[in-house]
Design a protein around this ligand. Structure first.
Ligand code: ZN
Length: 467
């Protein structure tokens, strides 16, 4: 079998996709969108060549950088079965519909400019129709049980603790009377998350693809990060400032909502307005609740008992879910203190840009970064301490305090990545590090070599590994 890495390699973190060509079938693991700037986004083409065979797609989780190129497959005429856990199916449908809407909106905006400049119009990357067509191809798989996904290929989906429904995938590929096992970590969550069930171990593999987003360091402990967060919120309340948090709609937004409920329940602060300013985060929260009722196994025991004690809604009477653009604009008129969660998570688009534009220049504002920020994104510029940034073509001074709270990350830090890998190390697998910038990948490769005497390879994009 041959596995070609068609995303999230060569130091690139987004665009996850692997094309597995076995004797009897060819499948993709993930089909993610490249994000973070023009250079990365220019890579957004279908991950397979036009005439290449594609029997199935397997999704590790719903995030756009793992699913966002799926509609391109439909656009090319492919209708493969797309296997994912039930929660990932819900999340993927939500995320792809939103992505198609954004692509169409972006193209429309650009075309207005192009028309004024006398240039021909451009097509969106894909239309909502292709998102719908591929959503129809989604097929649920349970956790833990091997499922036949194509001729000669079985897959087992294992808890990854990264987002609702996330999984690592263990493939068993049968060729010429032999079986080979290949494991794809997908994105792994941190151990000790109070929201989701932790990742489960996997024992056997001939080849492992391991993510390395934070392969070079550990995050601050979650509970220490909560303390820091409470400190920032208290300061902000004292200064009557706004707290602006760029959040991916799925995952961090729900975690922060729980946290604000806890702050108010424990009376650390009197309730003040909290805005969930993202139609998609509002929808995602409903899905979290649906799975909370139907699949409590997906969640951490501490969250289950916290919510059973008292519903989160009871603490959050001041939470406003602002679905419409008009409601979102009104947040500008709300005096501080208030907390605003809005997308996009890397500040490269969406409502967060309006909030940053209106508040970055105010010294009483706090901006809290809680997720990964790719090179080239506005979020990365803020993390790196830029004093002036450009938003919608306007120069904005950064007088706000910018905090990076790595301890709220949905990604495992170095120790947790190694803990996940330690279950597999005894099987002496070949190790391939992907989904990380070069520094973190190199650090993790060094540690794997020291600890387990295994050489980890760090492929470039389009590299093929023969198994
Ligand atoms: Zn992810």
């Amino acid at each position: 079998m041959k596995i070609t890495i068609v995303g999230a390699a060569g130091g690139e973190v987004t665009g996850s996709a692997y094309y597995v060509q076995a004797k009897h079938a060819s499948i993709l693991i993930d089909c993610g969108l490249f994000q973070g700037g023009k250079k990365a986004e220019a890579l957004n083409r279908p991950p397979t060549a036009p005439k290449q065979r594609l029997d199935a797609v397997l999704l590790t989780h719903g995030h756009l950088d793992h699913t966002g190129r799926l509609p391109l497959l439909a656009q090319r005429g492919h209708r493969p079965k797309v296997f994912a856990t039930p929660a990932t199916i819900d999340m993927t449908a939500l995320i792809l519909r939103d992505s198609a809407r954004i692509q169409a909106g972006d193209a429309e905006r650009q075309n207005r400019k192009r028309a004024r400049a006398g240039q021909p119009p451009i097509e969106p990357l894909y239309s909502p129709q292709y998102a719908e067509e591929i959503i129809q191809c989604l097929q649920p798989v349970p956790y833990g049980k091997p499922v036949r996904v194509a001729e000669g290929i079985e897959a087992r989906f294992v808890q990854a603790g990264h987002m609702l429904g996330s999984a690592s995938i263990q493939l068993s590929v049968h060729e010429d009377g032999r079986e080979k096992k290949v494991v794809f970590s997908g994105d792994l969550g941190p151990k000790g998350s109070v929201i989701l069930h932790n990742f489960d171990p996997i024992q056997s593999a001939d080849l492992v693809f391991l993510e390395s987003t934070y392969g070079d360091h550990d995050h601050r402990q979650f509970l220490k990060t909560v303390e820091e967060f409470v400190g920032i919120v208290k300061d902000s309340v004292a200064r009557k400032g706004k707290i602006i948090i760029p959040t991916f709609a799925v995952g961090r937004a729900q975690m922060l909502t729980v946290l604000m409920s806890w702050i108010f329940r424990k009376k650390h602060l009197k309730p003040f307005p909290v805005f969930l300013d993202s139609p998609m985060a509002i929808e995602a929260t409903k899905l979290y609740y649906k799975h909370f009722l139907n699949n409590p196994d997906l969640f951490d025991e501490r969250l289950l008992s916290y919510i059973r004690q008292k519903p989160i809604r009871a603490d959050l009477k001041t939470l406003k879910a602002t679905a419409t653009a008009e409601q979102s604009k009104q947040i500008n008129d709300c005096p501080g203190p208030c907390l605003v969660m809005a997308g996009a998570g890397m500040c490269n688009a969406g409502r967060i840009l309006h909030h940053l534009k209106a508040n970055l220049w105010r010294p009483e504002t706090h901006v809290i970064i809680v997720g990964y920020q790719a090179h080239g994104s506005l979020g990365r510029q803020l993390v790196e301490g830029e004093k002036v940034v450009s938003i919608h073509g306007e120069k904005i001074a950064v007088k706000a305090k910018v905090h990076t709270l790595g301890g709220f990350s949905a990604h495992a830090g170095q120790t947790d990545l190694l803990a996940w890998f330690s279950g597999l190390a005894a099987a002496n697998p070949r190790v391939v590090l992907t989904h990380g910038e070069d520094g973190p990948r190199e650090s993790l490769a060094k540690l794997i070599s020291q600890k387990y005497r295994l050489k980890a390879i760090m492929p470039k994009m389009q590299e093929t590994i023969v198994v």
